[in-house]
Write a protein that binds this ligand. Structure first.
Ligand SMILES: *Cc1c(COP(=O)(O)O)cnc(C)c1O
Length: 396
C-alpha cells in the first residue's frame, strides 16, 4: 500500500513531505515587465509548456485514462489548442464551449456533453454539430433525449459525496447511486443506450481517497445497471483534480498514482474505457496574472493598494470558486512586509482582492504576479464598470 496524506494535514498547509505542490508563477518579474510593456496590464499569461507538462504527467500516471478536458474551467482557445495538440479530448456543456473547441481543432467525435440539465436548444445545437454523448441524471432528461436525440450514447451521472472537496458538484446534479439501475432500465425501455456512467467528486478535491470511496459506490451501481440490461462500456471519473493556491496540495503524479491504484482495485477486472474530465487540475497552474498597482492610500491605519484587476475580472474566482489567490510582489524578500488591503479597480466597495496577505510597501506602477490563475478566473470575468477583461497572451 502507498502512504497517504489526510486532508486535515493538507488543509493546514503543514508539511506534506516530498509530495507538496506549491503555487508558482509561469514567468519571472523580468519577463512580466517585458510582457507588460508589450501588452499592458492586466494580462493573463498562458504557458504552453506548463500546460503540456501537466497533461503529460496526468497521462503518464493514468495511462489507461482518456482525458476529456472540461472546457468550463477555461475555454480560451490558447488552452484548448495546446490540449488538442497534446492529444486530449474535450468535455463541453454548451454550444459556445463547443464552438471554442472546434476553433481549437477538436472534432465533434472528440467531445462529450456533460450538462445533466440542458435546454433543448443546447442539446440540438450540439447534436447537429455531431456530438453523440449526452448526460442524464433523471427521468425528465431521459425523456428529452428520447424525444429529440434517441440515437445518442447516454452518460448516466451519479451524485457523489466528497468530504475533502472545496466545491460540491453533486448538490445540484447526479442521481442517487441506489437509483441508477432503475433509471438505466427506464432509459433502456425507452430505446436509449446507457453506455457510460459518470460522477464528479467535487472540485478542488484535496484527497484522492475520495475517488476511491466513490469508485467503490460506482462499481456497485455499475453492476446493478449491467444486470438491469444497460450496455455500459465507459466509466467517466469526472474532474476534481486540485491545484495549489495559498495552500499547497499533493503533487500531481502522487495524486494520479493514488487514483490509478484505486481504479485498478475497483474496475481493474473490467475491459472498459475509462475517461476523466479534469478542468482546474489541467489548466489552473498554466496561467499567471500580471497586474499593476495603480493607486495607494492609507485607510483606518492600514495601507491600501489598488490593482488594475479585481473580483469583477480574473479574481472572480475568489467569489464564485472560493479560490484564495496568492499575490507575489517582487520586493517581498527585500522590503519588510506588513498587513495591508489589496483592492480591485471598480467603484464597488466589495471589490477587494485580499485583506490577509502581508506585502512589502508597494509603489504605484509596480507589478504583482498572481499564479494559478487558469481555472474559473477569466471564465467568469465581466466587463463591469466599463473595464476591459484581461488580455490573454501565450508564451512557450
Ligand atoms: C466543472 C466540471 C468538471 C471540471 O471540474 P474540475 O473540478 O475543474 O476538474 C468536469 N466535469 C463536469 C461535469 C463538470 O461540471
Amino acid at each position: 500500500m502507498t502512504s497517504f496524506t489526510t486532508p486535515a494535514v493538507l488543509q493546514l498547509g503543514t508539511d506534506i513531505g516530498t509530495s507538496a505542490r506549491v503555487s508558482t508563477p509561469v514567468i519571472s518579474f523580468d519577463q512580466a515587465r517585458e510582457l507588460s510593456r508589450q501588452y499592458g496590464t492586466p494580462t493573463l499569461v498562458v504557458s504552453r509548456s506548463r500546460l503540456s507538462r501537466t497533461y503529460q504527467t496526468m497521462k503518464s500516471e493514468l495511462p489507461n485514462v482518456e482525458m476529456f478536458y472540461a472546457a468550463k474551467a477555461n475555454s480560451d482557445v490558447s488552452i484548448l489548442r495546446t490540449l488538442f495538440l497534446e492529444g486530449s479530448s474535450v468535455d463541453v456543456c454548451s454550444y459556445r464551449e463547443l464552438q471554442s473547441a472546434l476553433l481549437a481543432g477538436f472534432k465533434p467525435d472528440q467531445m462529450i456533453h456533460t450538462h445533466p440539465c440542458k435546454t433543448v436548444q443546447n442539446l440540438m445545437d450540439c447534436y447537429n454539430e455531431g456530438v453523440r454523448w449526452f448526460t442524464v441524471d433523471c427521468s425528465g432528461e431521459i425523456d428529452k433525449l428520447v424525444r429529440h436525440t434517441p440515437d445518442v450514447n447516454v452518460i448516466l451521472r451519479l451524485a457523489a459525496a466528497s468530504s475533502s472537496s472545496l466545491i460540491n458538484l453533486s448538490a445540484k446534479f447526479g442521481c442517487d447511486p441506489a437509483d441508477a439501475a432503475t433509471l438505466a432500465a427506464e432509459a433502456g425501455r425507452k430505446g436509449l443506450s446507457v453506455r457510460c456512467m459518470s460522477f464528479h467528486v467535487g472540485s478542488q478535491c484535496l484527497n484522492p481517497e475520495d475517488f476511491r470511496t466513490m469508485l467503490v459506490r460506482a462499481r456497485q451501481a455499475w453492476d446493478e445497471c449491467v444486470a438491469a440490461g444497460a450496455p455500459l462500456e465507459v466509466l467517466d471519473i469526472g474532474g476534481g483534480f486540485p491545484a495549489p493556491y495559498r495552500t499547497s496540495v499533493m503533487s500531481l503524479s502522487d495524486y494520479c498514482h493514488h487514483l490509478s491504484v484505486a481504479l485498478d482495485a475497483t474496475f481493474g477486472d473490467l475491459p472498459i474505457r475509462i475517461i476523466a474530465e479534469p478542468g482546474r487540475g489541467m489548466c489552473a497552474e498554466a496561467v499567471t496574472l500580471i497586474t499593476k498597482v495603480v493607486g495607494k492610500s492609507v485607510r483606518g491605519g492600514l495601507p491600501w493598494y489598488f490593482l488594475d484587476e479585481g473580483i469583477y475580472g480574473s479574481f472572480s474566482g475568489k467569489l464564485f470558486d472560493y479560490s484564495d489567490f496568492e499575490l507575489v510582489a517582487e520586493a517581498a524578500e527585500i522590503r519588510p512586509r506588513s498587513a495591508c488591503v489589496v483592492a480591485g479597480p471598480t467603484c464597488d466597495s466589495h471589490d477587494v482582492v485580499s485583506t490577509d496577505q502581508e506585502l512589502p510597501e508597494l509603489e504605484v506602477g509596480e507589478l504583482i504576479l498572481v499564479p494559478t490563475m487558469g481555472a474559473y478566473t477569466s471564465a467568469s470575468a465581466s466587463g463591469f464598470n466599463g473595464l476591459d477583461i484581461a488580455r490573454i497572451v501565450e508564451i512557450d
